[in-house]
Ligand binder design. Structure first.
Ligand SMILES: *Cc1c(COP(=O)(O)O)cnc(C)c1O
Length: 230
């Protein structure tokens, strides 16, 4: 059997406990597949240490480049036990074909070459800076933002959060109005929330090229807009 989890639930900002999940899988003799799309390169992520068999990521979140590519990392356990003796009859997920092709330095199909080059640049940049420093900066931005909004009439969730985003919860159903005011009056784009929380929650990202000064300005603008609703 297998457990498939998304480690950071991006719609709510909640970061699940990988140690607990990993232990559960070990105890129940399950493979562990992690959708790490919005936690990889946002929070610490250790595939080997946590016995994660498969990791799924994509270009447009932690890597901060254009959408268009998804990558799957497979560990040697699941490769030997499940992938190598599996005869896939689809163009998708035929990992044996992909692996034999990459051994000759090629891909079986033409990939999104432009995005490959963007990913290469992004990884080179992170490598040059050092992964720890890169992640630390995102964490510091998250901490800085959460401290700054402490004085405003809104709350943040009490469950463990990823450093990728902070959901901010308004006391009144004004989230969409705030989103529009930020966009139209201040040229600032934040993430609205879909579903039942649409009217109450906005999500603020801490990844990418936005910096501490941008976050400071954003909080000041939210503060100015909120005065209208008192
Ligand atoms: C963004 C995201 C995806 C992929 O979403 P698309 O926008 O459909 O490509 C998948 N899982 C998680 C956890 C995400 O944050």
């Amino acid at each position: 059997s297998v457990l498939l989890v998304n480690l950071h639930e991006t719609s709510t900002g909640q970061l699940y406990d990988i140690k607990m999940i990993s232990k559960f899988c070990k105890k129940n003799n399950m493979y562990l597949i992690v959708d790490a799309i919005s936690t990889f390169l946002c929070d610490e992520y250790h595939m080997d240490e946590n016995d994660i068999d498969v990791t799924i990521i994509s270009s447009q979140k932690g890597l901060c480049v254009a959408p268009g590519m998804s990558m799957v990392a497979i560990n040697s356990r699941i490769l030997k036990e499940r992938v190598m003796n599996n005869n896939v009859k689809s163009v998708y997920f035929d990992f044996n074909n992909y692996i034999s092709n990459i051994e000759r330095g090629q891909t079986p199909f033409t990939p999104a070459v432009g995005i490959c080059m963007q990913i290469y640049q992004a990884l080179k940049m992170i490598d040059k800076l050092g992964l720890e420093i890169y992640l630390e900066r995102i964490e510091k931005k998250a901490i800085d933002f959460r401290a700054r909004i402490g004085k405003l009439p809104l709350t943040i969730p009490k469950y463990p959060l990823s450093n990728a985003i902070t959901p901010i919860i308004f006391k009144k159903p004004i989230a969409i109005d705030i989103f529009k005011s930020l966009k139209n009056e201040y040229d600032m784009i934040v993430n609205p929330t879909g579903g039942v929380n649409e009217d109450y929650i906005l999500r603020i990202a801490h990844i990418g090229s936005n910096d501490f000064e941008d976050q400071k300005k954003l909080v000041e603008c939210i503060c100015k807009i909120l005065v209208r609703y008192e």
